[in-house]
Design a protein around this ligand. Structure first.
Ligand code: AHR
Length: 656
């Protein structure tokens, strides 16, 4: 293998390896956003999702959701509890998101709005219990009046439980109105009051991501256009952010979770803030007036390239959701206002809203995605005026167009041609395919035109063939195949400027789609082998792409050996990534052509196992993770190294 150390293909793109965040698999509520109470405001379509009467209720206690005289115009439903008996069982529990995760000695901020009605109810008892009903913390809320008022307390948990719940009982008889009951950890990322779950953010931070794409994914478009993601509804006062059914609350997902809603506690402000915390460029994807995939032109949904995904199953009402229902102007205006929200001065209407939320400084938004996964003529026709209006007002904002989820599909090719003609800044390509597709398409961008739009590989993941359950698809075979493919992305960094695995997160108890990068329960989290592949690429992305020559001048991997190389100029290292997709060890010699000086000791980071079915889990979170070792560079500028069977190796060699 020859690595041309004294030649440069191009600089490594600054934001090359980033993150795709979508609220799928309980990634937001029940995941990154650590509110413990589900449906805290009784605003979901089925108003009592998450709530249960204690011991199944009795004829002496009544629970009814009302909307007369609510706490505000934007939070219109509340619970009226009527108790005709002075019983310790008059009350209700909230189950959390497949339970609540609480830790021994940690503090949790409790708050509730209450208003007493006729009768003698003067207070509430609030108890945090583990799954067996043992008390972990308790507080009393007293002095209720006949006006809405917020009451707060701090609960300190006496033990750790991943399956706790919150119980609230009333003292006395009569009626009481209750709303916005919240239990929120004090230990959040940056200790923010509405902050994010620390261990999950840390896993992201550790990847040093170049960008953060949000809020999806199909979630952008919604199951219907009426249920699309509207960023303006997700900012400002927390209690005014109305819940919306999640696009992944569908029996056509890999797994059906009928209790899946979006609270928007994690909204656009919080996404921008997260991007800033991670040192990643924010990359919002906006709806341009089309619902999820299916109304991209008058055509049938794509075939099942995303196994069990939306395209495999769209029928009936989901398929008929025409773009013309809402004027395009609305979507254009949303985009223009978003730029002002992110970047505008505090004296501008939307910049003022950002400042009021605690961030007067701009977020420096530089890119926007127009639509998620669309491709047909109807999409192109909408893209044109959208792009024109955005560029007229904000010429420096780069716009990302979509080509759909299947590179083999004619419509994908059609969209690509159209966007080349339109001179789009970026095309967002998605590929969910079998592991072999990734290994066979390593050269996808080798001969790609260099003079047109740049590529954003915005969603990809290797999906081992069914019948393996989606839960069991995060195998080493998937991850090593992605690593092979990523060498192709890396060496074509002059045209592929950004790439992100998808989806990012999955709750082990509440997922809808697999495989996923990071899995978690209410207390712990682990990265899949794919996570460590992404992390190794990102942490070793270097600064300059170097030309690599494989044995026999092979382009698409030489006999299942895949290689890319970069120089990390500040560190003074040559970094070579090598994938040996073979059950045999493979000795290789790297000729560092043109190197003037090569150090004696190199560093190797290795992921290897002969068992391609290896997965990580909550019990064995790092069963397959990189191991570091040093190695001796033996002779001059020729480096000899033996690659382990089925391995991904990153070699850092000091030299220039
Ligand atoms: O990543 C899961 C889904 O896959 C995304 O929501 C969609 O864009 C794609 O079909």
């Amino acid at each position: 293998i020859t690595v041309q150390v004294n030649k440069s293909v191009a600089p490594v793109p600054k934001n090359m390896f980033g993150l795709f965040f979508e609220d799928i698999n309980f990634a937001a509520d029940g995941g990154l956003y650590p509110e413990l109470v589900k449906n805290k405001s009784f605003e979901t379509d089925d108003r009592l999702i998450g709530w249960r009467a204690i011991k199944g209720g009795s004829a002496l206690t009544e629970y009814i959701v009302l909307s007369e005289q609510p706490i505000s115009k934007s939070n219109t439903h509340y619970l009226r509890l009527t108790s005709r008996t002075n019983s310790p069982d008059a009350g209700l529990t909230n189950e959390g998101f497949r339970g609540m995760g609480v830790k021994q000695g940690e503090n949790y901020n409790f708050s509730i709005y209450a208003r007493r009605g006729p009768g003698s109810i003067s207070g509430l008892t609030v108890t945090l219990e583990d799954e067996k009903g043992n008390t972990l913390a308790q507080t009393k809320v007293g002095g209720l009046t006949n006006e809405w008022k917020q009451y707060t307390a701090v609960l300190r948990s006496s033990a750790t439980s991943g399956k706790a719940h919150l119980k609230m009982t009333v003292e006395g008889t009569g009626t009481v109105d209750l709303d916005v009951m919240s239990l929120f950890p004090q230990d959040t990322w940056m200790k923010r009051p509405n902050g994010l779950r620390t261990d999950l953010v840390q896993l992201l931070k550790d990847m040093k991501p170049g960008f953060l794409r949000f809020p999806g994914g199909c979630i952008v478009e919604g199951r219907t256009l009426a249920q699309r993601y509207q960023w303006k509804e997700t900012i400002g006062d927390l209690n005014s952010r109305a819940s919306l059914i999640n696009r992944w609350n569908t029996e056509f997902a890999h797994r059906y979770t009928p209790d899946y809603y979006q609270s928007f506690g994690l909204g656009f402000f919080e996404y921008f803030q997260l991007a800033e915390d991670l040192g990643a460029e924010p990359l919002p994807i906006l709806n341009i007036g089309m619902a999820c995939q299916f109304n991209s032109a008058e055509q049938a949904p794509l075939s099942a390239t995303t196994p069990g995904g939306p395209s495999a199953v769209a029928t009936g009402a989901e398929a008929h959701n025409h773009a013309d229902d809402i004027s395009l102007e609305t979507f254009i205006q949303d985009a223009l206002d978003l730029v002002e929200f992110a970047n505008g001065p505090v004296t501008s209407p939307w910049g003022a809203k950002r400042a009021a939320m605690g961030h007067p400084a701009p977020f420096n938004l530089k890119m926007i995605g127009a639509g998620n996964e669309q491709w047909g003529p109807q999409y192109i026709e909408r893209y044109k005026p959208f792009a024109k209006a955005l560029k007229a007002k904000y010429p420096n904002i780069e716009l990302i167009a979509s080509s759909g989820p299947d590179p083999g599909d004619e419509r994908f090719k059609y969209a690509t041609e159209q966007f080349r003609e339109l001179k789009a800044d970026f095309i967002d390509e998605h590929y969910y395919s079998k592991p072999e597709w990734f290994r066979e398409n390593v050269g996808r961008y080798d001969d790609y035109p260099r003079n047109g739009p740049k590529i954003f590989a915005g969603e990809y993941a290797a999906h081992p063939a069914t019948p393996v359950s989606p839960r069991d698809k995060n195998t080493w075979e998937a991850a090593i195949s992605e690593a092979a493919f990523m060498t192709g992305l890396e060496r074509n960094g002059d045209v592929v400027k950004m790439a992100s695995y998808a989806p990012l997160f999955a709750n082990v108890d509440a997922w809808q789609w697999g495989p996923d990068l990071i899995w978690f329960d209410n207390l712990n989290a682990y990265g899949s082998p794919s996570y460590y592949v992404q992390k190794l690429f990102s942490l070793n992305k270097g600064t300059t792409i170097l030309p690599v020559q494989l044995p026999g001048n092979a382009k698409n991997g030489a006999n299942n050996l895949f290689v890319s190389a970069v120089a990390d100029d500040p560190a003074g290292d040559v970094v070579v990534k090598l994938i040996n997709y073979s059950t045999s060890a493979r000795p290789v010699t790297l000729n560092l052509a043109g190197a003037k000086k090569v150090g004696k000791t190199g560093k190797a980071m290795v992921m290897a196992t002969n068992d391609l079915q290896t997965q990580n889990s909550l019990n064995e979170p790092t069963k397959l993770a990189p191991k570091e070792e040093t190695f001796q560079v033996k002779s001059g500028s020729a480096v000899s190294y033996t690659l382990a069977p089925n391995s991904f190796t990153v070699l850092r060699i000091p030299g220039k």
